[in-house]
Design a protein around this ligand. Structure first.
Ligand code: ZN
Length: 431
């Protein structure tokens, strides 16, 4: 069990607390508790990215995850002694990864897109781990009441669809708290800041992520720049293979738009088609039945699972075979998966491919990582899902909070350096 790492008990109201169990001086493992005398809100309950020896942690690990749970004894019993609700900001494991270990009666509020991703991911990736938890969908800008708390879901842009910030007001202490979750302003949309500020300018506490302050890079391309770069490289007269995540929907839009502009056909696998089909209301996100999209039924375990419950047949109208791709390879941009890649490199030399890597380049430093051996052949086209320094300054200056609590960063001292002249930065009240 993880003890509180950090708390804000030195507030002027003894019945109002902010406690941080995970994410303080740490990237990943977010878990923030906001409580008054009677009610408790848990904002995210994430798994750390790595263990103490820097080995990656996976949410489907059967053992050992209990030690990362927050040390809130009654969270695991049938009758919590405080009225409790969980709010998930988005469907990244470092924000929801421990959810299956808590009492199943506790309500979990999150965006409907997040529920879709968790359920579909559960079916294909996570061994049905999230089928029996009490997930309740919340619409964008919906305002919930939970005891004396009001909570509003504000959609933000991040490297996954459905990400939300939370505007929280405790009617008893009159405290206002804005929790950003993970967000960025260099995605396709930054207008969301306006909705974050309405009624929350000068809020009491801004609990904000600061991931990129730890990565020491101040310049990032926008998602629109990424789309242009992809368009330019897709124009090559070669077969393009792109390593990317279907959960990164902003990136899926960039790849798809670049295919349309360069007159290429985007070939996705059934797993990708299945995930993207969740977002029917979002017209920009490519689907199996969009123009210039084909689905290759790669023979892997995801396709097998989708075949077993007949979901796969839905994608039949868009089906393309491996031989059809090989007849005219330069016409296609293939979303990578390992089975497909192994088949391709038996037919085409890696040097003859337009091989694109659209993830954080830091992963390539791990020698055991599947792409590490192709490092020299890869063209990296990527931008971060997290807010960059200058945009963080813009965000803070628009909100003008009374207090800033940095989270999801290992550089609290940078927050102090950037903001302490104008704002109160609370970063060092260790327990
Ligand atoms: Zn995230």
């Amino acid at each position: 069990m993880v003890k509180q790492k950090f708390n804000i008990t030195k507030t002027d109201d003894k019945n109002f607390f902010i406690k941080i169990y995970g994410g303080h001086n740490q990237i990943g493992g977010n878990c923030v508790v906001i409580e008054n005398e009677k009610e408790r809100l848990i904002l995210d309950i994430g798994l750390p990215l790595t263990d103490e020896s820097e080995n990656s942690l996976d949410i489907d690990m059967k053992s050992n995850l209990k030690k990362y749970l927050p040390d809130i004894a009654d969270l695991y019993t049938d009758n919590p002694n405080k009225k409790t609700a969980i709010f998930l900001s988005h469907a990244h494991p470092d924000h929801f990864g421990l959810i299956r270990l808590i009492n199943k009666n506790i309500p979990i509020y999150t965006a409907s897109e997040t529920i879709e991703i968790m359920k579909k991911g559960s079916k294909l990736l996570w061994d049905n781990l999230y089928n029996d938890i009490n997930l309740i969908p919340v619409k964008n800008f919906e305002k919930l009441k939970f005891g004396a708390f009001n909570i509003e879901f504000c959609p933000v842009n991040h490297s996954i669809t459905g990400a939300c910030a939370f505007k929280i007001e405790d009617k008893k202490s009159h405290k206002k708290i804005l929790y950003t979750g993970d967000l960025r302003l260099h995605g396709r949309d930054k207008d969301f800041i306006k909705s974050m500020i309405i009624d929350f300018k000068n809020c009491d506490y801004l609990i904000t992520e600061g991931t990129t302050l730890s990565r020491g890079c101040h310049k990032y391309e926008s998602e629109v720049d990424i789309e242009q770069k992809l368009t330019d490289t897709f124009k090559k007269d070669k077969l393009t293979v792109i390593a990317c995540s279907p959960l990164n929907t902003d990136r899926m839009i960039s790849i798809y738009n670049a295919c349309l502009k360069s007159d290429k056909i985007f070939v996705i696998d059934p797993y990708t088609a299945f995930i993207l089909d969740s977002f029917k209301d979002k017209k920009d996100i490519p689907k199996y039945n969009s123009e210039n999209i084909k689905v290759y039924f790669v023979p892997n375990k995801h396709t097998k699972t989708l075949k077993e419950d007949k979901t796969l047949y839905k994608f039949k109208s868009a089906k393309i075979t491996f031989d059809e791709i090989m007849e005219n390879p330069q016409k296609y941009v293939l979303k990578n998966n390992s089975k497909l890649f192994n088949s391709i490199i038996k037919r085409i030399n890696v040097k003859e491919l337009n091989l694109i890597y659209s993830y954080w380049s830091g992963y390539l430093e791990d020698e055991n990582y599947q792409w590490a051996k192709y490092k020299k052949d890869l063209k990296i086209v990527h931008t971060s899902g997290h807010i960059i320094q200058n945009d963080l300054i813009e965000l803070v200056n628009k909100i003008e909070p009374k207090n800033i609590i940095p989270i999801h960063t290992t550089k609290n001292e940078k927050f102090l350096a950037l903001f302490k002249d104008k704002y109160n930065v609370i970063s060092d009240i260790e327990i």
